[in-house]
Design a protein around this ligand. Structure first.
Ligand code: URA
Length: 434
C-alpha cells in the first residue's frame, strides 16, 4: 500500500477501506511512516471527516496496536470514566478513589494535556514519585490491592494512541469526532473494563463547542462502547467556565484534596459525585444512579475516599506526605493577583483562553517535547453569575517567569466579561444519554 495515495484519497474526500486504515495505523505505530506524513493524514481526516465505518476501523486498528488487558482474575466489575477534555477538570482524581472505596474496580488509562485542556497524567505526575508508566503486571497488582490504578498509554496498551495523541496536540487536529472516538475508545477498550462512564464536555472550553456536536460525539463514543459489548452512560456537561477554581497540575491536585479531605463544595464536587455515582451504579453497587450518588456522598463525607486516594498514590510510588501537607510543595518564583477595576456580574468566561493562559504559565505544552512546570497555574476565583466588586481578585497566577505572568494576565483580563444584569449560572449537566 502507498501512504501518499491514502493521504491523497482522504484529501479528495474519498472513503478509505478498513485495510488502508489498518495499514496507516500499524505502519505509523511501528515508526514506518514519518510524523509529517501522518500529520497530513490527520489534517485530511480532520477537514474531510471519517464515516462510521472508517471510525470503527480506526478505533479497531488503534485498539489492536497493543494488547487488551485480561482482568478476569479480579472478581468484580471494572468501571472507568473518561472525559473528552476541559479546563480545570480533575474529577478523575476524586472519583477513582470514591468508586474504589465503594467496591468498584477502577482501571484507568488516561491522557496528558491536549491542546488547551489539562491531562490526568500530568496532574498525577506533579505528585513527587508518582509513576504513571507501570507495566501490565504492576497495573494489575495495584488494581487488585487498592481497587484503582491510574496509568498512561504504554507500549503494551494502545500504543497507537500514545503516538497519535501527542501528534494531534501539536498539529491542530484535536477537535474531530472520529479522531476523539478512536483515541478514547482504543484506550478504554484495551484496559479490561466492563462498563464506562463518559463525560462529554460542551461549551467554549470544550473541543465540542456546540451541543449538537457534543451529542454526536457522545453517540459515537457510546455506540462504539456498545459494539464492543461494554455498558455505558454518557453525560453531556458544561464547559463554559473552568471546573472548580484551580487550573494547573499541582494546583489541581490541591483542589482535589480540598474536595476529598476538607469537604469543599462547588461545581467540581457536584460533577464528581454524579460521575462517581454513575460508576457505582454501573459497577452494580447500587440499584439506581440516584442511589449511586447517595453512596458517593456518604463515602466522600466519611473520609474513606481521601484515605483511598492516599492508598492509590502510595501504591504507585507517590510521596503522600505532600498530600497530607500540600504547603510543603515547592512554590513558584512569582505570583500575581489579577484585579478587575469595574463592577458587575460575571457574565462570560472564555474558557479556552483561560486554558491557554495556564499553558502560557508553563502548565501545558506548545510543542511535543515541552517540559511542564507542575507548580504553574491559575486560581480562578469566580463563577458565572457571581457578583464582582471593584478591585476583587478575579484570579491569581503562578509561574517561575515574570514574562509568562504578564502574558497570562493579559489573556485572563480579555477572557472575562461583566454585565450589569444578574446572570443565571449555566446548568452543569446538560443531558444524560442512556
Ligand atoms: N481525550 C482523549 O483521550 N482523546 C482525545 O482525543 C480527546 C480527549
Amino acid at each position: 500500500m502507498n501512504t501518499i495515495e491514502i493521504i491523497r484519497k482522504k484529501r479528495d474526500k474519498k472513503s478509505l477501506s478498513n485495510e488502508e486504515i489498518e495499514f496507516l495505523i500499524s505502519s505509523y505505530t511501528k515508526g514506518k511512516i514519518p510524523d509529517y506524513q501522518f500529520s497530513a493524514f490527520l489534517m485530511a481526516a480532520f477537514l474531510n471527516g471519517l464515516n462510521k465505518t472508517e471510525t470503527a476501523a480506526l478505533t479497531k486498528a488503534m485498539l489492536y496496536s497493543g494488547k487488551i488487558v485480561d482482568l478476569s482474575s479480579i472478581k468484580g466489575l471494572k468501571v472507568d470514566k473518561h472525559s473528552t477534555g476541559g479546563v480545570g477538570d480533575k474529577t478523575s482524581l476524586i472519583i477513582a478513589p470514591i468508586a474504589a472505596a465503594a467496591g468498584v474496580y477502577v482501571p484507568m488509562i488516561s491522557g496528558r494535556g491536549l491542546g488547551h485542556t489539562g491531562g490526568t497524567l500530568d496532574k498525577l505526575e506533579s505528585i513527587p514519585g508518582f509513576r504513571t508508566d507501570l507495566n501490565l503486571n504492576q497495573y494489575e497488582k495495584v488494581l487488585k490491592k487498592t481497587g484503582a490504578v491510574l496509568i498512561g498509554q504504554t507500549k503494551e496498551i494502545a500504543p497507537a494512541d500514545k503516538l497519535i495523541y501527542s501528534l494531534r496536540d501539536v498539529t491542530a487536529t484535536v477537535e474531530a469526532i472520529p479522531l476523539i472516538t478512536g483515541s478514547i475508545m482504543s484506550k478504554k477498550l484495551a484496559e479490561g473494563i466492563d462498563s464506562l462512564v463518559l463525560d462529554v464536555k460542551t461549551g467554549n472550553g470544550a473541543f465540542m463547542k456546540e451541543m449538537e456536536d457534543a451529542i454526536d460525539l457522545a453517540n459515537s463514543l457510546s455506540e462504539t462502547a456498545k459494539a464492543f459489548g461494554k455498558k455505558c452512560i454518557a453525560f453531556i456537561t458544561d464547559m463554559n467556565q473552568p471546573l472548580g477554581n484551580y487550573i494547573g497540575n499541582w494546583l489541581e491536585v490541591v483542589e482535589s484534596i480540598q474536595v476529598l479531605r476538607n469537604g469543599k463544595k462547588n461545581d467540581l464536587t457536584e460533577l464528581s459525585l454524579i460521575l462517581a455515582g454513575a460508576m457505582i451504579f454501573l459497577g452494580k453497587k447500587s440499584k439506581s444512579l440516584e442511589e449511586g450518588i447517595e453512596k458517593a456522598i456518604t463515602i466522600l463525607n466519611s473520609g474513606k475516599a481521601f484515605n483511598k486516594f492516599l492508598e492509590i498514590v502510595k501504591a504507585q510510588g507517590g510521596d503522600i506526605s505532600y498530600l497530607e501537607d500540600p504547603e510543603k510543595y515547592p512554590k513558584s518564583n512569582y505570583h500575581k493577583q489579577i484585579k478587575l477595576m469595574n463592577e458587575g456580574y460575571l457574565s462570560f468566561v472564555n474558557t479556552y483562553e483561560i486554558g491557554m493562559a495556564a499553558i502560557d504559565l508553563g502548565a501545558g505544552r506548545l510543542k511535543k517535547e515541552d517540559k511542564i512546570d507542575p507548580k504553574a497555574g491559575i486560581i480562578f476565583n469566580f463563577k458565572v453569575g457571581d457578583k464582582i466588586r471593584k478591585a476583587d481578585v478575579i484570579a491569581e497566577v503562578f509561574s517561575d517567569s515574570k514574562e509568562k505572568i504578564k502574558l497570562a494576565e493579559n489573556r485572563i483580563l480579555k477572557a472575562v466579561r461583566l454585565s450589569n444584569k444578574q446572570i443565571k449560572s449555566p446548568n452543569l449537566i446538560k443531558e444524560i444519554i442512556n
